[in-house]
Unconditional design. Structure first.
Length: 245
C-alpha cells in the first residue's frame, strides 16, 4: 500500500504539538527570539492553542536561525543552526506525521535518524556483511558537505511523490529557505542545503538520499555479477561487494 499524505489539518493537532513540545530538550539554547523551553512552558496551553491556530490559518511564519560554529577534527568548523522553539515544535510534529509515510518507503539498509534504529544497528549490519559473508572489497563513502548542498527544488520534487498537501509542502519550503541572521541582525536566506541543527533536517536528508541514492543503488545491485551490500547512516555509507567468478 502506498501512503500519500493529503490532509494537514487532520494530522497536526494541538495534542501532537503538545507532545512534540514535551519531547524537546529542556536545556537547549534558545533561537533568535530568545524564548527558552521553560519560559514557553509557563503559559503552555495558551501558547500551544495560539500556535495551532496560526498554523491552520496559514499565518505561522518560521523565523531565521541563529548561526553558531562548532569545531571539527582537522581544525575546520561545522555551521550549526539554532532554530526558535516554536519552529522546533512544529518541525517535530511534522516529523511524527511524515514518519508514518516514509517508514514504509525507506529501504532496509538505511539506518540514520529512523525509528527504532541507530548507530549500533548499522554497526551490527556492517559486521555481519563483512565477517559472515565473502567479501572482495569494501568502500567507506562520505558525501562531502551533503547537508550544505542539498538542492531545494529536487528535495521538494521528491517529497511530492508522497505528500500532496500544499500546506505541508509550503512549511517545508519555508524551513529550508528561512536562512540565518548575520552578525548585523539581517536575515540571509538559504538557497541550498538543509540547516544542520533543525529538527526536520535529518528526515529531509533521508528522503533526498532515498530517491537520489538508495533506489539507484538497488537498481545497480540487480545488475551486478556478484553480491553487493550497503549500510547507510545518513550521508555516510559502507558498500561491500563479492564479485562473481
Amino acid at each position: 500500500m502506498v501512503y500519500v499524505l493529503s490532509d494537514f489539518q487532520d494530522h497536526i493537532s494541538e495534542t501532537l504539538l503538545l507532545q512534540s513540545f514535551t519531547e524537546l530538550k529542556r536545556n537547549s539554547a534558545p533561537g533568535c527570539d530568545g524564548i527558552s523551553w521553560r519560559e514557553y512552558a509557563k503559559n503552555l496551553d495558551n501558547n500551544i492553542h495560539d500556535l495551532h491556530n496560526r498554523l491552520h490559518k496559514g499565518i505561522y511564519k518560521p523565523k531565521p536561525a541563529r548561526r553558531v560554529f562548532i569545531p571539527k577534527a582537522g581544525g575546520s568548523q561545522r555551521p550549526l543552526s539554532i532554530i526558535c522553539l516554536e519552529d522546533k515544535i512544529v518541525q517535530l510534529a511534522t516529523v511524527h506525521v511524515l514518519n508514518q509515510v516514509y517508514e514504509t518507503e525507506f529501504l532496509g539498509f538505511s539506518y540514520g535518524f529512523r525509528q527504532n534504529r541507530g548507530q549500533h544497528d548499522a554497526l551490527d549490519a556492517l559486521h555481519i556483511a563483512i565477517m559472515k559473508r565473502k567479501v572482495n572489497w569494501v568502500l567507506d563513502l562520505d558525501i562531502s558537505k551533503f547537508f550544505d548542498t542539498v538542492e531545494h527544488d529536487w528535495l521538494i520534487r521528491f517529497i511530492r511523490h508522497r505528500v500532496v498537501d500544499k500546506r505541508i509542502l509550503k512549511l517545508i519550503k519555508q524551513w529550508i529557505k528561512a536562512g540565518v541572521l548575520d552578525d548585523h541582525g539581517h536575515r540571509v536566506r538559504s538557497h541550498l542545503g538543509t540547516p544542520q541543527g533543525a529538527v526536520i533536517s535529518p528526515l529531509l536528508a533521508n528522503i533526498y538520499l532515498h530517491y537520489s541514492f538508495d533506489l539507484w543503488f538497488n537498481k545497480r545491485r540487480e545488475r551486478a555479477r556478484g553480491d553487493a551490500v550497503i549500510v547507510r547512516y545518513a550521508d555516510d555509507c559502507v558498500p561491500r561487494a563479492q564479485m562473481a567468478v
